[in-house]
Design a protein around this ligand. Structure first.
Ligand code: GRF
Length: 198
């Protein structure tokens, strides 16, 4: 870690396997997970945070959330399975400093109503041959911010549950890489597109 080390907040609502991937790879990232915030009390991700000696708290109120992010001098917000829409005030305050992970190849199977298992059921229902995962910056429109990284897989004859598992493996990989690039100041947005620099 050098002096530019970034303070990271990870926002979750559930199991937190993406959070776990970040915890497991934190040593290779020029940043520190300062706080894990859940909008749900029983999110298993809070247990993962505690086990890694990271502060994990439940916040449901948007104003308290913004104050907490500011109090912790957060440089990067990672939405890792956070199932609540962020208020415009936070999106504006942290413009180009909020990253989301989505379990499909955006712009397919994303936006309003596409979250969790619903995405994988829709993929199988449509019969598309490829799916995957996407990391992107967050703007005020759901899943529409500039795309950072994507990786695909063949759907084959996977059930929705099997597909979720396979996609999660990709999610963990590209989320860690994305956060690493961000913390190394390698992500530039030019004409609404992300360029990964040296
Ligand atoms: C992931 O599929 C993520 O893309 C989606 O919610 C799921 C969260 O999984 N937004 P986990 O809590 O990180 O295990």
């Amino acid at each position: 870690m050098n002096s530019n080390s970034k303070n990271i907040a990870v926002l979750i609502s559930g199991g937190g396997t993406n959070l776990q991937a970040l915890i497991d790879n934190e040593k290779d990232i020029n940043g520190k997970i300062k706080i894990v915030i859940s909008n749900r009390e029983n999110a298993f991700g809070l247990v993962r945070a505690r086990r890694a000696s990271i502060e994990g708290i439940v916040i449901r109120d948007d104003d308290i959330l913004l104050d907490t992010l500011k109090d912790n001098n957060i440089d990067l917000i990672v939405l890792a399975g956070y199932l609540k829409i962020l208020p415009k005030s936070i999106i504006r305050e942290y413009e180009n400093r909020i990253i989301n992970i989505h379990p499909s190849l955006i712009p397919a199977f994303c936006g309003s109503g596409y979250y969790g298992m619903k995405v994988h059921f829709a993929v199988i229902d449509k019969g598309v041959k490829y799916s995957g995962a996407t990391t992107h910056f967050v703007n005020e429109y759901a899943d529409e911010g500039p795309i950072i990284m994507q990786e695909s897989l063949e759907v084959l004859d996977s059930t929705a549950e099997e597909l979720q598992k396979r996609v999660l493996e990709i999610e963990h990989k590209i989320l860690v890489k994305t956060v690493k690039y961000f913390c190394d100041d390698k992500l530039k947005i030019i004409n609404n597109k992300v360029v990964i620099g040296e």
